[in-house]
Ligand binder design. Sequence first.
Ligand code: NDP
Length: 326
Amino acid sequence: MFNALVLEQKEGKTIAAVQQLEFSDLPDEDVLVEITYSSLNYKDGLTVTGTLGLVDSFPMVPGIDLAGVVKESRNDQFQPGDPVILTGWGVGERHWGGFSQYARLKPEWLVKMPQGMDAQKAMAIGTAGLTSMLSVMALEEGGITPDKGTILVTGAAGGVGSIAVSILNHLGYKVAAVTGRESTHDYLRALGADELLSREEMEKPSNPMESPRWAGAIDTVGSTMLARVLAETEYRGVVTTCGLVGGLDIPTTVMPFILRNVRLQGIDSVMCPIEVRTEAWNRLLTDLPESTFGEITNVIGLSEVPKTAHDILAGKVRGRTLVDPN
Ligand code: NDP
């Protein structure tokens, strides 16, 4: 028997509770992983609280990230004892996930733990860190080098935002950070933010084009904030969009794209090809300073996940939350 957080549907509501499961309850996949750490992302907030109906098959073990050690494998690529990481692929939404002591998983979803990384570090990064790195790589692909100017990061004190601020600072970019919480200013400065802007100022509706301020931007918020970011982006700037904490819409026009040659680059970590993932994980080892790990992480147990899921949706969680299932 082992512990897992299980989602069930009762009278149209999603109920999350820690339950004892048997190994025969797990899905029949080729690799059994003993989980050392998982982590709580904004999407886990949505699944655990039943918001947006992301989960449509119950019971479900949520948790989109996990890191641990292979216990059994019917696949040649993985042997018992191999340390592995999993993020995305619909795990924790459509397939049983990481808020558990064990998971059975498809081998093609697993990334071998890079040399120099461990489960705790990997989950301090998790989907949020992978998404931050993919966003930074997209800025680089768009030719946005540190000499081009300041990079704006929105939702900066959240998981994706915190790691993005730290990576960009480490790579020599000047970073401006948008936060709704003044209490996070010292934290963001410590991660490397050179300039701090209020959420209130940045989410005000804008004209389609405003005075240009940003060489590039990593947006996790969407809606009026993303529209303003696009309006304030310099000629040939690149803006990445990965998140929707402020809303799903983008109230803008074609003007920033056709008059300033601004590029809006979508970022998806869930179905990201394995070669790109591996490159991003390796870059995280070199480009995310060691000191960031201690700075950004909190640790909770399985029973604290339901409350923290509400907190992350309310924008009350700072940095990254590791989930220790053991
Ligand atoms: P977090 O909750 O950790 O961070 C989000 C941050 O956004 C908060 O900490 C807060 O920062 C800010 N925020 C919260 N509510 C609002 C609001 N209503 N308006 C404006 N800002 C707000 O989430 P993650 O970092 O894990 O994820 C961020 C977004 O990115 C989510 O939408 C998530 O679904 C998405 N995402 C997408 C991925 C992909 O593959 N496309 C992968 C990972 C995440 P502050 O207090 O500093 O303002």
